[in-house]
Design a protein around this ligand. Structure first.
Ligand SMILES: [Cu+2]
Length: 421
């Protein structure tokens, strides 16, 4: 075989194959990569990875070079005498024990340093966030602000966020590849994690995931993180902490009863609102991430279940929806702050559900079409979802009556939910 020409040909072929690949890789955006971290936590781990990769590659190259050298040098040759057999070589043995020991120390020092750094207590003035894992959605509480929300995490850029992580059921793991994680959510145990989104980050959105298998909809347990400016965060938090504000449209009820129907006590003059039926009076709302600025990678693409249908021609009436919601099974599982009967905590807090960009833990866009289908049959929309299929009804053990909501009732409830900005 022609030994001399092979390497040249090989080099050219390898370059031709690898270069376009490398170029293609550079041109792509990888929204869920850990290799472009935007927090000190992410950089600490990324830096450690780079160092370990450097030492690993160095060792690999040296070992392979030695191997190739020995294979070539001591290859079998015709008429070559049997090589000398060696037993025990003290200097060699000490050398190849010491070299790995030194390599291990070189690896251990930055590793242990990084562990200590990422496990250290958070700075005292950090933003506290309680993360509670549920099969299969995320509850986020901001105790300093009195906010409870779900599946969408707002973080002010430049301020350290200190997370306490726990679970109400099985193990989950909190992970935002470009910011930080993974850290487990464990039942009856509080884990901690903190990081600071870079202050130079403009308003941006990131994908978050559950990174610990937790059951049938594990892959459907996602969340969104919005890094926003400090004033925008304060505006968002102040509004999320407030009770749900919903005023009946004047056309749906006389002005005096609309006043009674209003929740949260905001002093907007309902009768002064424009006389457009089925439109709740406009209430001042806090900041929420502008939908037109959502990056494509945060937009859900989950297909809809084929046999789930909804009469799209129906028009929802938000005031009727409010009344129906308050006496439906919804209130046993969902809280709407300001509605005294709606205090359930099995499902996400819906006080400001209309301000969220997705529903079902990042599975579907938050709009009328998807909300209607969701309320009708959440389990068809999301395998295993622990919400009852409200449009199919729940058989009552005593009476056998199913009590399903009609499409019209669901359209009404959805009009109400969307008004809860
Ligand atoms: Cu999971």
């Amino acid at each position: 075989m022609n030994w001399i020409h092979r390497p040249r040909w090989l080099t050219r072929a390898t370059l031709t194959a690898v270069l376009p690949l490398a170029l293609v890789a550079c041109g792509q955006q990888y929204p869920n990569t850990t290799f472009s971290p935007h927090t000190e936590f992410g950089r600490a781990i990324d830096g450690l990875w780079d160092r370990l990769l450097f030492w690993g590659v160095l060792v690999f190259v040296l070992v392979e070079l030695a191997l190739v050298f020995i294979v070539v040098k001591y290859r079998r040759r015709d008429a070559a005498p049997e090589p000398e057999h060696v037993h025990g070589h003290t200097v060699l043995e000490i050398t190849w024990t010491l070299i790995p020991a030194v390599i291990l120390v070189i690896i251990a020092i930055p590793t242990v340093k990084t562990i200590m750094r990422t496990e250290a207590p958070a700075p005292a003035n950090a933003l506290q966030v309680k993360v509670i894992g549920h099969q299969w959605w995320w509850e986020f509480q901001y105790p300093q602000y009195g906010v409870t929300t779900a599946n969408e995490l707002y973080l002010p850029s430049g301020r350290t966020a200190s997370f306490s992580l726990t679970s109400v059921d099985v193990l989950h793991s909190f992970w935002i590849p470009q910011l930080g994680g993974k850290r487990d959510l464990i039942t009856n145990h509080e884990n901690h994690l903190w990081f600071t989104p870079d202050s130079a980050l403009g308003p941006n959105a990131w994908n978050g995931f559950c990174a610990e298998f937790c059951g049938s909809s594990h892959a459907n347990m996602r969340f969104r993180v919005f890094t926003v400016s400090a004033p925008d965060f304060e505006s968002w938090a102040a509004h999320q902490a407030s009770a749900a504000v919903f005023a009946a449209p004047p056309a749906a009820a006389p002005a005096d009863s609309a006043g009674r129907g209003r929740r949260g006590g905001a002093g907007t003059n309902v009768s002064a609102a424009p006389q457009t039926p089925a439109q709740p009076a406009v209430m001042p709302v806090g900041y929420s991430f502008p939908r037109e600025q959502l990056p494509a990678y945060t937009k859900p693409t989950t297909p809809l279940p084929k046999d789930l249908v909804f009469d799209a021609t129906l028009v929802g009436d938000a005031e009727r929806g409010r009344a129906k919601f308050a006496v439906s099974a919804c209130i046993g599982c969902h809280t709407i702050k300001g509605t005294p009967t709606a205090i359930g905590t099995t499902g996400p807090n819906l006080t400001h559900v209309g301000s969220r960009t997705t529903i079902g833990a990042g599975l579907f866009p938050n709009d009328a079409q998807h909300l209607r289908l969701w309320v009708k049959d959440a389990q068809a929309m999301k395998p295993g979802a622990k919400m009852l299929p409200m449009g199919l009804g729940i058989p009552d053990a005593m009476t056998g009556v199913k009590g399903a909501l009609t499409d019209q009732q669901i359209a009404d409830i959805v009009a109400y939910l969307l008004a809860l900005k």
